[in-house]
Design a protein around this ligand. Structure first.
Ligand code: PLP
Length: 379
């Protein structure tokens, strides 16, 4: 139950074991084409250009920056934690002049502040993290997309912890790039950088006057490959992660089969139930209120005086794996529970049960069942 790599569906895992076909075999070309098409469906961006490239979520961030930024461009980073600051570093590497609006820990930057900042300076691009995996804080992607449109700024959504878990309507919400990695809510083992670019973003890329300063991530190399696969033709730039792409097609099919609205609703119920359970156990959450809380993971604070490592070890002994804190300055004050992808009621009950046992064994509480009843009530 960590926030990625998540637990994968067995049908997806089976794809990892099929004999690896050639990347230019007719069946694989179909699989690649279908995956690109399914991504646009899941991202809800029918006019977008999908990219599937071997790498991690950080490569998807790197590609967005490398292809859209030229030296001296102004970029605004709206940061809700660890991954916002990472994006600032990446943008600077390509020569951007970066301003950062940083939210207080556990909160978001208000829309008023973002509006003011965009009004005060002419930015080429803004980035924000939909769910910051370090804080379990959820940004209002629809409203930030609308602000980007209002000020004609390219909007880049880091959706690594949200795509296929939290609702995203890339095209309706005016988001120019929505990127993710395979191992989180998309539900495929680690190794794929996934990104959908709007026509606006592709146009901005085409209007560059300087070459992209990253050879592997350069869309000049990848765009013809994606288009070739879409047209069911063989093409090569770098060997695709063949089995991962086969697994991706399968997982996207399962996502579409569940129905996007059903899937988002299931994540909402999981998030609500987990937060209710944590509060019922007397623990506090890092995210400030329900409105800014992510549904794909939760970040509870340890009770004061609790030994973090013996608590996590205790949970582990009950058969559940949780993640420690990620924000450097609060690392030892909180832990993280992922609840995305295939997560079901049994997973949630087992997790909360394990937390209850570990709390009891660490002398924090005597009573069992206070949290699990909340899962039964809310999920
Ligand atoms: C995990 C994550 C990343 C980084 O993805 P990697 O696959 O680890 O490179 C970036 N942003 C967010 C929000 C994440 O959750």
């Amino acid at each position: 139950m960590i926030p990625g790599p998540i637990e994968f569906e067995s049908e997806v895992m089976q794809c990892m074991a099929v004999p690896t076909p050639s990347h230019v075999s007719p069946d694989f070309i179909d699989t690649f084409a279908n995956s690109l098409k399914l991504m646009k469906e899941v991202w809800q961006c029918p006019s977008g250009q999908a990219f599937i490239v071997a790498g991690t979520g950080t490569l998807a961030m790197d590609m967005a920056a490398a292809n859209l930024i030229e030296t001296g461009d102004k970029a605004l980073v709206i940061s809700t934690g660890y991954f916002g600051l990472r994006f600032a570093e990446i943008l600077k590497r390509y020569g951007a002049e970066v301003d950062i609006l940083e939210a207080p820990v556990g909160d978001i930057v208000s829309l008023e502040l973002i509006d003011q900042q965009l009004k005060s300076k002419s930015y080429k691009l803004l980035t924000f993290t939909h769910v910051d995996t370090s804080t379990a804080v959820l940004n209002d992607a629809k409203s930030i997309g609308a602000l980007g449109k209002k000020y004609k700024v390219l909007t880049v959504l880091d959706g690594v912890c949200s795509v296929a878990g939290e609702e995203i309507k890339q095209e309706d919400w005016g988001l120019d790039i929505v990127l993710t990695a395979s191992q989180k809510a998309v539900g495929v083992p680690p190794g794929l950088a996934l990104l959908v670019a709007s026509p606006n973003a592709i146009q901005a890329f085409e209007q560059r006057t300087s070459p992209v300063g990253n050879y592997y991530g350069d869309w000049t190399n990848w765009l013809p490959i994606m288009k070739a696969y879409e047209n069911r033709q063989a093409s090569y730039f770098g060997t695709p992660a063949v089995n991962l792409v086969i697994a991706l097609e399968k997982s996207l099919q399962l996502i579409v089969k569940e129905g996007l609205d059903n899937r988002f609703d299931r994540h909402k119920r999981a998030g609500k139930a987990m937060r209710a359970a944590i509060k019922a156990l007397g623990l506090e959450l890092l995210s400030k209120n329900e409105q800014v809380s992510a549904n794909t993971l939760s970040a509870p604070l340890y009770p004061s005086q609790m030994d973090a490592s013996s608590f996590l070890k205790g949970v582990n002994q009950e058969g559940v794996i949780l993640a420690g804190g990620l924000l450097p300055k609060l690392k030892n004050n909180y832990f993280r529970i992922g609840h995305m992808g295939s997560v079901n009621k049994s997973d949630l009950l087992a997790t909360v049960g394990a937390i209850e046992s570990a709390l009891k064994n660490n002398g924090y509480s005597d009573e069992l069942g206070l949290g699990t009843v909340q899962i039964l009530k809310h999920f």
